[in-house]
Design a protein around this ligand. Structure first.
Ligand code: HEC
Ligand SMILES: [Cu+2]
Length: 382
């Protein structure tokens, strides 16, 4: 009540009323700023549209749909340049234009605006349509990459700690050094992993897809540019992860490709077709186990569950001091005689008994050589 009849209050209301009229009409300054922002964003759009021709950080596309991926990138990046320039530009402009002046009274209020249905409808509908457009454009490329069938070459790549191997139709076993492909032939590439999650990335082809144990991810593409392109793992996969950038994809004319391919057919003629992981189960050569390497491995992979104490000193599993040399411990947990070959067998196959679960070779991530080293080390404990 008081404020309505208060002459001071009335004066106040009048002033803010006046400033509403002043500020909702775009003035000359506004249009000048709008034009300047237009020029800046035009610069951004041109920059992105000229990539990769002028930009060394983005290599030229080596294949299809890499060209489409780049088109989408340019489109998204230049749209973002436009949006960003205007949003940030107007924020800065308005912050300066409508700043509090020294002459303003202490209790001056900002302009109080309500409801602009046209504007609100526009800023709801336009971005919605734009996002729908982006998803349609993206799904079209995703379809080409992942779904559209091709009747070209089928190649598999398997990520391993810490290299890639490749499997080709009618080549036994795995190709272990490079991946060769004939130019302009569509490729269906099946990706998986023999151990942990890796990710297959060929920047020149604009291809990137995870390699996951037990899952086959497929990508389809057609290399169109002869050359040698780096293959990089982009999923941290252990201590050797940074080594997984040494292999290449070689795109070459059909005749050269066939020569290379027949070379591997001959070279692998007597190799088994089983994956290398399946051969891990074979008999383990214990001779030549390295004690120092075994000790390092033990500290890395076993000491969380096993103490270097007597059998009764448990963490998760029993203490392993004297596992092979304790007269009061003639047998292992599975009842077998405490001799190196039987320890190796437990490391290979794991064991679940009254104490708990001892992981097997694959779960502990051990190679046959690792097991030999570990057994050599355990054999020194007394
Ligand atoms: C997740 C915990 C865990 C990890 C990791 C683990 N173990 Fe075990 N281990 C066990 C358990 C539990 C047992 C006992 C199983 C039972 O008898 O119930 C066992 C048993 C054993 C035995 C048999 C011991 C005996 O006296 O008979 C050996 C040898 C052994 N582990 C070695 C290793 C080595 C070497 C590693 C590292 C590569 C390792 N373990 C990693 C849990 C683990
Ligand atoms: Cu990797």
């Amino acid at each position: 009540m008081r404020s309505l009849s208060d002459p001071k209050g009335r004066k106040h209301r009048k002033r803010s009323g006046a400033s509403v009229e002043q500020s909702t009409k775009p003035d000359r300054g506004f249009w000048i700023v709008t034009a300047i922002l237009g020029l800046i964003s035009l610069g951004g759009i041109l920059y992105f549209w000229m990539i990769p021709t002028v930009e060394p950080w983005l290599p030229p596309e080596g294949g299809h749909p890499g060209d489409q991926v780049d088109w989408l990138f340019r489109f998204m990046a230049s749209s973002a340049a436009l949006l960003y320039t205007y949003v940030v530009g107007y924020i800065i402009y308005f912050a300066i234009r409508f700043r509090r002046r020294r002459s303003d009274p202490d209790d001056a209020l900002g302009v109080n605006l309500h409801d602009n249905p046209k504007l609100e409808a526009a800023w709801t509908i336009v971005p919605t349509l734009f996002v729908i457009l982006l998803s349609v454009l993206s799904i079209r490329i995703w379809y080409v990459l992942q779904v559209q069938p091709t009747n070209g070459l089928v190649v598999e790549s398997i990520g391993r700690q810490w290299y890639f191997t490749f499997r080709y139709p009618d080549v036994n076993g795995e190709v272990t050094d490079q991946m060769h492909l004939p130019v302009n032939v569509p490729v269906t590439l099946n990706l998986t992993s023999g151990d942990v999650i890796h990710s297959f990335w060929v920047p020149d082809m604009r291809l990137k897809e995870d390699m996951i144990p037990g899952i086959i991810n497929t990508i389809r593409f057609t290399p169109t540019r002869i050359g040698t392109y780096q293959i990089i793992c982009t999923e941290f996969c252990g201590t050797g992860h940074s080594e997984m950038n040494k292999q290449v994809m070689v795109v070459q004319p059909m005749a050269a490709y066939q020569k290379w391919y027949h070379g591997w057919q001959l070279r692998n003629a007597h190799v088994t077709n089983a994956l290398a992981t399946a051969t891990l189960g074979g008999k383990i050569q214990l001779a030549g186990g390295n004690v120092a390497a075994g000790k390092a491995l033990f500290n890395e992979k076993c000491s969380a569950c096993h103490a270097l104490g007597p059998f009764n000193q448990r963490i998760v599993g029993p203490g392993l001091l004297g596992v092979l040399h304790d007269p009061s411990h003639p047998n292992l947990v599975n009842g077998d005689l405490a001799v190196p070959a039987n320890v190796a067998e437990i490391l290979q196959n794991g064991y679940t008994g009254s104490i708990g679960h001892m992981p097997n070779q694959a779960q502990n991530g051990l190679s046959n050589k690792d097991i030999a080293n570990l057994v050599a080390y355990l054999n020194t404990l007394k």
